[in-house]
Ligand binder design. Structure first.
Ligand SMILES: [Mg+2]
Length: 339
C-alpha cells in the first residue's frame, strides 16, 4: 500500500491547529468543569463559535518550525532562531514562560546556550510535529534535530525527551492506514527505543512512566487523566490545588503521557479523538495540539471533517505551509533516501 504523504502532512499540521483551537477556551480548567458546560460537545462548538476563534502559541510555533525547515531544507539553527524571534511579532497567544523568556533573550542576540531556560515545560514538544514529518524517513536525523530544536529554548532533558518521542510517534503513524490499525506493542517499542540507552535519569524515568501508561490504556479517560495529569512533576512545580484531579500539568512528561493516553484510547475517528484531547483539562490546548498532531498523522486530512477544518483561522495558510514542507520532504526523499 502506498502512503499519501501530502494527506498525512496536511492532516498533521491541521490536527495541531484544530486541537489547539478547540482546547484554547478550556486552558486552565478542570475536566469536570469543562464537561459541565455541555451534553454534546459538537453542538456546543457549533453554537459557540466565537469561543473557538483562534489558535495559540502551540500552532504558531509549529508553523514557524515548519517555515524554518522549508527555508533551510531541513534544520539550521539560525533559521530556527529567526523564525522563533519572528513569532514575537505574531504576537504570541497564551505563551508559556519557558518559551517567551528564552526567545526574548534570543531576540537581543544572546546565544541560545545562555538564552535557553532550564524549563521542563511542554514548549518544545508542542512545536515538534514538522520535524517528525520532515525526518520521518531518517530516524537518526529525526532524533538529532528534535534535540537541537529543543535546546535552543529549553535546556531541561525532559523537554528534549518529549520532543524526540512525539516526533518519533509521528514518523511511526505516518505510514499507518487507519482502516487497518497498528500494533500498540510496535508503537510503544518505537517511542521507547527512541529515548533508550541514554545517560539521562529523567529519560529513564520517562520510559518507566510510558510502561505504566501502556498497562493502563483501557481505563476510562477520566480515571486515566486523574492518574497521569501530574505524572513526573516534582516539587516545587506541583500545582497543589489540582492534585488528584483531571488537570494536565504543563510539564513535558505529564503533557506527553496524557496526550498519548487519550490518542490511544480514542482511535475510532479523528473527531472523537480530538474532542477528547481538547477537553482534557489543565493545559487543554497543548494536549489538543500534541494529540492532534498524532491524530492528524494517523487519520490524514481526508478523514478530518470539513467543519473542523473551517473552524481554524488561516486554515488555508496551514494547508499551504504543509504542502511546502511536503515538497521539501519529497525533494530530500528523492535525493537522499531512495535506495
Ligand atoms: Mg497554548
Amino acid at each position: 500500500m502506498s502512503v499519501d504523504f501530502l494527506d498525512k502532512f496536511q492532516g498533521t499540521l491541521l490536527g495541531v491547529t484544530i486541537g489547539d483551537t478547540l482546547g484554547h477556551p478550556f486552558e486552565g480548567k478542570i475536566r469536570s468543569e469543562i464537561y459541565s458546560y455541555f451534553d454534546d460537545f459538537e453542538e456546543f462548538v457549533q453554537n459557540n463559535k466565537r469561543l473557538f476563534n483562534t489558535y495559540t502559541d502551540d500552532s504558531q510555533l509549529t508553523l514557524h518550525t515548519a517555515e524554518a525547515l522549508i527555508q533551510g531544507n531541513g534544520f539550521n539553527t539560525e533559521n530556527f532562531i529567526r523564525e522563533y524571534v519572528n513569532w514575537l511579532d505574531d504576537p504570541p497567544v497564551g505563551p508559556g514562560y519557558g518559551c517567551i523568556s528564552s526567545i526574548r533573550k534570543l531576540k537581543y542576540g544572546i546565544p541560545w546556550q545562555q538564552a535557553a531556560s532550564n524549563s521542563g515545560g511542554n514548549g518544545t514538544v508542542m512545536r515538534i510535529s514538522p520535524i517528525g514529518l520532515f525526518y520521518c524517513k531518517d530516524l537518526k536525523a529525526l532524533k538529532n534535530v528534535a534535540i537541537k530544536s529543543s535546546v535552543i529554548t529549553h535546556s531541561h532533558p525532559a523537554a528534549s525527551a518529549g520532543a524526540i518521542l512525539i516526533a518519533r510517534a509521528i514518523a511511526f503513524l505516518i505510514d499507518k492506514n487507519p482502516e487497518v490499525g497498528f500494533s500498540i506493542d510496535d508503537f510503544f517499542n518505537a517511542i521507547i527505543n527512541s529515548i533508550s540507552n541514554s545517560q539521562e535519569e529523567i529519560w529513564e524515568e520517562f520510559i518507566k512512566i510510558l510502561s505504566k501508561l501502556k498497562s493502563n490504556l483501557d481505563i476510562p479517560i477520566e480515571s486515566g487523566l486523574i492518574k497521569f495529569s501530574q505524572v513526573g512533576v516534582k516539587s516545587p512545580y506541583f500545582i497543589e490545588q489540582f492534585l488528584g484531579q483531571a488537570f494536565v500539568h504543563p510539564y513535558t512528561i505529564s503533557t506527553v503521557v496524557c496526550s498519548l493516553f487519550i490518542f490511544l484510547n480514542r482511535l475510532t475517528s479523528f473527531k472523537e479523538c480530538i474532542f477528547e484531547l481538547a477537553t482534557a483539562g489543565g493545559d487543554s490546548d497543548t494536549v489538543g495540539a500534541i494529540g492532534g498532531s498524532l491524530a492528524g498523522a494517523y487519520f490524514g486530512l481526508k478523514k478530518i471533517p470539513n467543519d473542523l477544518i473551517k473552524l481554524v483561522k488561516k486554515n488555508k495558510k496551514v494547508l499551504k505551509i504543509s504542502q511546502e514542507l511536503y515538497n521539501k520532504f519529497m525533494e530530500s526523499f528523492e535525493n537522499n533516501y531512495s535506495k
